[in-house]
Every structure is written in structure tokens, then in C-alpha cells.
Design a protein around this ligand. Structure first.
Ligand code: G
Ligand code: MN
Length: 304
């Protein structure tokens, strides 16, 4: 029993005290079953990527997508990574899942125009092994994808734990030309030292600050401070979780470069994401290619 409580305490973070409660045994059993099923999920084709649009500010041009993992579970339906990634990290299945995700994200990015990048979330467990470098190198190569089309997101909390190994992996990825983003900034053991220790290309400001009411002076101050500091350090910023026009206007006023959130777009299945890319107004980089493809397709359709 204490073991189960300890497991939960570990999952929730260090320094937590969790006492045994009724239902923990059932939960542990559910976990064990899910862990077994997860190991087979990749081969069974049950994993899927959804894509949440990312927009450059202030003009709201589509610049990329964050790839979000979904597990299409045969009995539980669609499961979110929050439910199963901790189990996959525990069992080690995260390495196979991560390899599949890298491959799939690169394959998809190569099908979109060159001004669209794809951002992927990686776990510290993946970064502790050198495999990730090989996986990314191989996928970029296979799909002839420019490394800057891929961004790797890692949470601040993950960056600091085991930092030497993780720092080496991140530096390797960056040497390849892949960009590195610090995810959910402000929620972890936030320290300005991390921003120097890891060479970052982007800071994603956590939705708890972006999403706060504009009357919340503290949240606004955090967003202002982070964007100003990032600008001085030549690091890009993304405001996460934008749900209202007012929040978007505030991000623009504070000089945040990119935005993401339900206001701008929910995670989309791959076909809807592709349709969104196609629907963008002409006059942007890459759009001419798309128009040509589209008209080629149209002509071909008429010809047949
Ligand atoms: O930790 P990370 O930022 O990678 O989490 C992405 C998650 O945030 C996804 O599950 C996505 O569905 C969710 N999300 C994206 N935009 C919004 C938003 O505007 N509001 C809220 N509450 N959640 C969001
Ligand atoms: Mn993310």
C-alpha cells in the first residue's frame, strides 16, 4: 500500500505526501492493464496525432501546429496524454511511442508548405537516451525535411531534472538545427538560470498566465516580464491557452510573437489541419506552391 502511495507521490512531484486511500488498489490494477495495452498500441495503430494551430502575431498568420498525441483506446475511447504518458514513462513504452511520434510528425510536416513548422512534446525519459537524436536525424533525412521545421517542446520541470544528460540531448538536437521550446513556462521550478543554462529558441508562456483575467495584475506582469526578457535574449515567445480576443490583444500589446489557444483553433485531426493550411489567404510564403498544387489538382480533375 505504501508502495502505491509512493508511486502516486512520485507521479505528482517530489516533496508530496500521499497517504493510502480506498481505490488505490483498483487504480493500480487499471494502470497495470493500461501499461500492457500501451506497449501494443503503437503496432496496433491506435495512436494518432492531432494538430493545434499556432499563429504569428500581430497579423494572425498560421505559422505551424503543435502535434498532440491521442490514444484511440478500444474500450475507453480517446485518451489524452495526461492519462497515459505517465504510464508510458513508467513502463518505458514512451520510447517506442516517442519514436513513432517523431516519425509521424516529420512525415506530416514534409507534406505541408515550408512556412509551417510542427512542434512536438518530448518526455525527459526520451531525452535521457541518445536514441532521440538518431530518431530525429533519421526522420528528417527520410522525409527530406529542413530541421527548422521541427520544434521540440520540453517542460521546464523536465529540463532541470537530470539536467546534464538532458542538456546534452537538447544541445545535440539544437546542433542538428531543430529548435527547442520550453513548455508551460512559469509552472515549474521557474528560474531565470534555466534560460541561460539551456539554449532555447522559444518560451511557451503557460496558459495559467495568459488565461487569467486582465484584472489579474500579477498574471499580466508575468507575461510582460517574460516577453520583455525573451526579447532581450532573442528568444521567441508563444502565449498558450488564448481563449478570448481580450487575451489576444493583451499578448499583442506585450509583444508576444506567437499565440495558441481555443480562440484561434482547437486541436484538429490531420485532414482538418491540412484544410486549414490550404484555406489560408494567398500572399504568404509558400502559398504560391499550394495554389499551383491546388489548380493542378483541379485541372487534373477536369481532364479526367
Ligand atoms: O502542456 P501543453 O501546453 O503541451 O498542453 C497542450 C494541451 O493544452 C492540449 O491538451 C490542448 O488541448 C490544451 N489546450 C490548448 N489550447 C487551450 C486553451 O485555449 N485552453 C485550455 N484550457 N486548454 C488548451
Ligand atoms: Mn506543449
Amino acid at each position: 500500500m505504501a508502495g502505491l502511495a509512493l508511486y502516486e507521490a512520485k507521479e505528482k512531484g517530489r516533496g508530496r505526501v500521499v497517504t493510502y486511500r480506498a481505490g488505490m488498489v483498483e487504480m493500480a490494477e487499471r494502470r497495470r492493464v493500461l501499461e500492457g495495452e500501451l506497449a501494443a498500441a503503437v503496432a496496433a495503430g491506435q495512436l494518432e496525432l492531432h494538430y493545434q494551430p499556432l499563429y504569428d502575431l500581430p497579423d494572425r498568420t498560421l505559422c505551424g501546429f503543435e502535434a498532440l498525441l491521442r490514444w484511440n483506446h478500444p474500450r475507453h475511447g480517446i485518451m489524452s496524454p495526461a492519462e497515459f504518458v505517465p504510464l508510458a514513462e513508467h513502463s518505458g513504452a514512451i520510447n517506442q511511442i516517442g519514436a513513432w511520434l517523431i516519425e509521424e510528425a516529420c512525415r506530416q510536416a514534409a507534406l505541408w508548405p515550408s512556412h509551417i513548422y510542427v512542434s512536438i512534446n518530448v518526455s525527459p525519459v526520451q531525452l535521457r537516451s541518445a536514441d532521440i537524436l538518431r530518431q530525429v536525424t533519421a526522420a528528417l533525412d527520410r522525409y527530406r525535411l529542413a530541421p527548422r521545421r521541427i520544434e521540440v517542446e520540453i517542460t521546464e520541470t523536465a529540463m532541470v531534472e537530470d539536467s546534464p544528460e538532458i542538456a546534452v540531448a537538447l544541445a545535440g538536437l539544437r546542433t542538428l538545427g531543430v529548435r527547442i521550446a520550453m513548455d508551460d513556462f512559469g509552472t515549474g521550478y521557474s528560474s531565470l538560470a534555466h534560460l541561460r543554462a539551456f539554449e532555447l529558441d522559444r518560451i511557451k508562456i503557460d496558459r495559467s498566465f495568459v488565461n487569467a483575467s486582465q484584472a489579474d495584475a500579477g498574471a499580466v506582469a508575468v507575461v510582460r516580464a517574460v516577453t520583455a526578457m525573451a526579447k532581450d535574449l532573442a528568444i521567441a515567445t508563444t502565449g498558450e491557452g488564448v481563449e478570448s480576443e481580450e487575451q489576444l490583444a493583451s499578448l499583442i500589446a506585450l509583444g508576444c510573437g506567437t499565440a495558441q489557444g481555443y480562440l484561434l483553433g482547437r486541436p484538429l485531426d490531420v485532414d482538418s489541419a491540412t484544410a486549414l493550411v490550404r484555406s489560408q489567404q494567398p500572399g504568404q510564403r509558400g502559398d504560391r506552391d499550394m495554389t499551383e498544387h491546388a489548380s493542378g489538382g483541379l485541372l487534373a480533375a477536369f481532364a479526367s
